[in-house]
Design a protein around this ligand. Structure first.
Ligand SMILES: Cc1cc2nc3c(=O)[nH]c(=O)nc-3n(C[C@H](O)[C@H](O)[C@H](O)COP(=O)(O)OP(=O)(O)OC[C@H]3O[C@@H](n4cnc5c(N)ncnc54)[C@H](O)[C@@H]3O)c2cc1C
Length: 338
């Protein structure tokens, strides 16, 4: 019988990835409905060091495969290892970070297990069938329509696997004292040599860091591409000390880098305040920003869907609003008549 909500404990350079702590929150919420244990599966060379980082977190069981090396990017080897681990753990669900590694590695694992898998979920829910068993409702924006879809695996097909966007759940905190976590080591047999060779690591500047850390984010949509609206918006963000993010059209136009695109195929952010200018509010975008404490939107179209997400909205041309806001910040008042 399958039992447990199992999280892939992704790690890089001897550090557990931050998103794993977010997935513990997600698993805890599912456990409240199903009562199943929260599990982690960890395959690593330096497992002791990684286990130490997981101390105190509300995890019931950690399954560990001690490896001779980490096999970074060698997904033929890793998919074999995780397949063996999941066959042995037999969880009902597997939660995977929707990171580059998770997105690339786990479709292979799902295929080996003949399991169902949903990519890029923004919400997970547990629901009960008539026979009393539970199933996972895997919710994400639809491919094109402005709606969310709920995907469920076929009955009796386990494990139910889902990759989950970073930033969707709040990271859970470690607590003092014994969390009662049981650690169990699993024997895995290593497949023959990998067909993938790791050649070289190239450095890349993580320009997404400020966007993720900022309490205020100013978001531009296609409406900012008119006149000098984008420049004004960036000036405004600068005065506020805010980060700038945007919709896909802004990324397509080269105004923002890809890792500043917010939404289904971009990133998920959780600022305290979000101020959006000229964004229509397509669900593929708003799913990446729905957990904002205060959401303000400016759009010329009264019926723009962004106003259903925003706490406060202004049906207006952004240009005079931005000019006025800049004047207010610079001179302590707005005299331009806007
Ligand atoms: C599978 C899939 C994944 C996707 N992933 C993403 C994603 O990750 N992120 C993303 O952003 N999109 C994504 N998209 C695209 C998404 O569906 C929308 O097309 C996109 O978000 C629209 O961007 P926008 O709001 O900037 O542009 P538009 O929809 O064109 O809206 C522009 C808005 O600006 C307003 N406006 C124009 N001029 C002014 C002005 N002067 N002042 C004020 N308002 C003005 C208009 O009224 C309009 O509402 C995805 C689509 C698909 C199919």
């Amino acid at each position: 019988m399958t039992q447990g909500i199992c999280i892939f404990a992704e790690h890089w350079k001897r550090e557990i990835s931050a998103v794993v702590y977010e997935l513990i929150t997600a698993a805890k919420q599912l456990k409240e409905v199903t009562g199943e244990p929260v599990q982690l599966m960890l395959a690593a060379k330096d497992c002791q060091e990684l286990l130490k980082q997981l101390e105190g977190f509300p995890v019931d069981e950690i399954y560990v495969a001690k490896l001779e090396e980490d096999y970074d990017f060698q997904e033929d080897v890793l998919s074999d290892i995780y397949e063996q681990m999941l066959r042995s753990i037999q969880p009902s669900c597997v939660l995977i970070p929707a990171s580059d590694v998770g997105r690339s590695l786990f479709p292979r694992v799902a295929c080996r297990l003949r399991a169902g898998m949903t990519a890029d979920c923004t919400e997970l829910e547990a629901a009960k069938r008539e026979d009393g068993s539970f199933y996972l409702r895997q919710i994400k924006p639809s491919f094109e329509e402005n709606v969310k879809v709920c995907i469920c695996c076929k009955e009796q097909v386990y494990p139910q696997m889902a990759t989950v966007r970073e930033g969707v759940y709040e990271a859970c905190e470690a607590v003092d004292g014994d969390s009662g976590t049981k650690v169990q080591y699993l024997e895995v047999s290593l497949p023959e040599a990998s067909g993938i060779q790791f050649m070289e690591e190239l450095s890349c500047e993580d320009s997404n860091e400020k966007l993720q850390a900022s309490e205020i984010v100013v978001v531009g949509g296609k409406g900012t591409l008119k006149e000098d609206n984008f420049r004004l918006m960036c000036q405004f963000a600068d005065k506020l000390g805010a980060a700038v993010g945007g919709t896909r059209p802004l990324m397509d136009e080269g105004k923002i880098p890809f890792d500043h695109q917010i939404g289904q195929t971009g990133c998920t952010i959780r600022p305290k305040i979000c101020i959006s200018f000229g964004v229509s509010g397509a669900i593929q975008h708003t799913e990446g920003i729905k957990n904002t404490d205060l959401f303000l939107a400016v759009n010329t179209a009264e019926d723009a869907p962004i106003f259903q997400v925003a706490d406060y909205g202004a049906v207006a041309d952004m240009k005079p609003i931005l000019q006025c806001l800049l004047e207010m910040i610079e001179n302590g008042g707005c005299n331009s008549g806007n």
